[in-house]
Ligand binder design. Structure first.
Ligand SMILES: [Zn+2]
Length: 143
C-alpha cells in the first residue's frame, strides 16, 4: 500500500470556470443596460488550498458539486433588483424570475456570488472573475 503523503503550507490554486444564461436590466446603469436584455455570464473562480493529501487538494468534481447549484440557480431566469417595477408586472403575468437585493450590475453580481460560494459552499475562494460580455469582466478579490 502506498504511503500517505501530506503537504502543508502550500499555496496551491485551482481555477474553475462556470457559466449561466440570464436576462436582466439595470436601471441605474444608463439607457442601454436599463433595457431588458440578456447575457451569457462567464464565472471564473480561483480557490486557494494550503494542504494536499496524496497529490490532491480537492477533487475538481467535488468543487463543482458545491458551486454549480449556486451558479445554476440563476440559469435561464430573468434577474431583477427586488425594487424594480417589472417584478410586479412579471408577477401579474405569471412569469418566472429571480430577485436579488441589489441592482444587477456585474460588480454586484460578482460580490454576491463570491460571498455565496465562500459562505454557503464553504470553499476557499480568493478571486472571482465575472464576465458579462466577451470584452468586459469584473475581477473581485478579497483583500
Ligand atoms: Zn446587461
Amino acid at each position: 500500500m502506498a504511503r500517505t503523503r501530506i503537504y502543508k503550507n502550500l499555496n496551491m490554486k485551482i481555477e474553475k470556470k462556470y457559466y449561466f444564461y440570464a436576462g436582466h436590466r439595470n436601471k441605474s446603469a444608463g439607457e442601454k443596460c436599463g433595457r431588458p436584455h440578456g447575457h451569457t455570464y462567464d464565472v471564473t473562480c480561483t480557490f486557494r488550498f494550503g494542504t494536499m493529501k496524496n497529490g490532491i487538494t480537492m477533487l475538481f468534481s467535488d468543487i463543482d458539486k458545491l458551486v454549480e447549484p449556486i451558479i445554476k440557480e440563476y440559469d435561464h431566469y430573468f434577474l431583477l433588483c427586488e425594487d424594480d417595477p417589472l417584478v410586479e408586472i412579471l408577477e401579474l403575468a405569471g412569469e418566472e424570475y429571480k430577485t436579488v437585493p441589489f441592482e444587477t450590475s456585474a460588480e454586484n453580481m460578482a460580490i454576491w456570488l463570491f460571498n455565496r460560494i465562500k459562505n454557503e459552499a464553504g470553499l476557499p475562494i480568493i478571486k472571482i472573475e465575472f464576465a458579462e460580455t466577451k470584452s468586459s469582466k469584473i475581477i473581485y478579490e478579497e483583500e
